[in-house]
Design a protein around this ligand. Structure first.
Ligand SMILES: Nc1ncnc2c1ncn2[C@@H]1O[C@H](COP(=O)(O)OP(=O)(O)OP(=O)(O)O)[C@@H](O)[C@H]1O
Ligand code: SF4
Ligand SMILES: [Mg+2]
Length: 325
């Protein structure tokens, strides 16, 4: 394992250090997250992007300790979550919440919305039922839902967009500092995605939140993130300020993702893809640079040596032996 790269964010709220997460499958191992280090500053939105199966959700779950890492550390406001157990971990978890991709599936179909949103308060030990009701109503109003019309109803009575508002309310009710949004708009109708993204932005400002925003769609990530981290097959390829990374990507994989963003003009054809084929299996990742089997710049060094993240421009870091800038 190599050292922690200096992806220095001002006043980091979250620091992930050399995180390794694996899933044993019989005699084999899925290398889902391999030696990932990153920092997220207080009040920042870090976008995490990469194709399906590259380990984004696993990284998010490992930050929350829903999946324990094989090695590495997760420091939240200075406390090492990987070393916490029981009550101490539960207390820290109130400060970090998760919003899932599929809002309907993540709501218990048999429970009323008022109870669903009050549940984190019950678990956190808020015993006063009147206080819980007040907090539930306040939070529902904040996400644009009328409490009087919502609390007594069941999830199936709401649309996907309304369910995601309910999930956002459930995540906000304990007044957290940090929210991991795991593809929060992917399952929603295109017409309401912007509403939910705007709501998240509004909540971020109003409640001074810090966000890790996971998506496979680079266009969505670009719209909401201060900085972007690009992940491929369990490793980080590139991290940098959003506009800068889009303007001058340093990693061939980042360039590929940018080229693949659909162009609104039907007469403009998307650029030819620089990469070929499917990603390799995370059970047998390529030696050296994991992107080398799809990279037009790959050479012998790429097969022999794992490229470490290193600075290429102000605030921009790349893990590539032959970067584009
Ligand atoms: N519980 C599990 N058991 C075994 N393998 C798993 C498990 N969860 C995820 N994986 C594997 O780990 C790798 C990373 O999965 P993960 O869900 O973190 O990717 P992702 O980037 O979130 O993908 P997606 O964009 O599809 O949500 C994949 O190869 C996946 O098949
Ligand atoms: S290290 Fe080599 S294979 Fe990997 S992205 Fe850079 S040039 Fe391509
Ligand atoms: Mg995922």
């Amino acid at each position: 394992m190599h050292g922690n790269p200096t992806i220095v964010a001002r006043d980091p709220l979250l620091k992930v250090e050399n995180l390794v997460v694996e899933y044993p499958i019989g005699a084999r191992t899925v290398h889902a997250v391999s030696d990932v280090s990153l920092e997220i500053a207080r009040g920042e939105t870090l976008g995490l992007v990469g194709e399906s199966g590259c380990g984004k959700s696993t990284l998010g779950r490992a930050v929350l300790q829903l999946r324990r890492a094989k090695s590495g550390r997760v420091l939240f406001d200075g406390a090492d979550l990987t070393a916490l157990q029981g009550d101490a971990l539960r207390k820290m978890r109130h400060r970090v919440q998760l919003i899932f991709q599929d809002p309907i599936a993540s709501l218990n179909p048999r429970r009323r919305i008022g109870d669903i949103i009050a549940e984190p308060l019950v678990i956190a030990g808020v015993k006063d039922a009147k206080k819980r009701r007040e907090l539930v109503c306040e939070t529902l109003s904040a996400v644009g839902l009328d409490p009087a019309l919502v609390v007594g109803r069941l999830p199936h009575e709401f649309s996907g967009g309304q369910c995601q508002r309910i999930c956002i309310a459930r995540a906000l009710v304990l007044n957290p500092e940090f929210i991991i949004c795991d593809e929060p708009v992917s399952a929603l109708d295109v017409s309401i995605r912007a509403q939910i993204l705007n709501l998240l932005e509004e909540m971020k400002q109003r409640f001074a939140l810090t966000l890790l925003f996971i998506a496979h769609d680079l266009a969505v990530v670009k719209a909401v993130s201060d900085r972007v981290a690009v992940m491929y097959l369990g490793r980080l390829c590139e991290v940098g300020p959003s506009a800068q990374l889009f303007d001058k990507p340093a990693h061939p994989y980042t360039a590929l993702l940018i080229e693949a963003i659909p162009v609104p003009d039907p007469d403009v054809r998307p650029a030819e893809s620089v990469a070929v084929g499917e990603p390799p299996s995370p059970m047998a990742p390529p030696s050296g640079c994991r992107f080398r089997t799809r990279c037009p710049r790959a050479d012998a060094k790429c097969a022999a040596e794992v490229p470490e993240l290193r600075p290429v421009a102000s605030g921009q870091y790349v893990a590539c032996h032959h970067p584009l800038i």
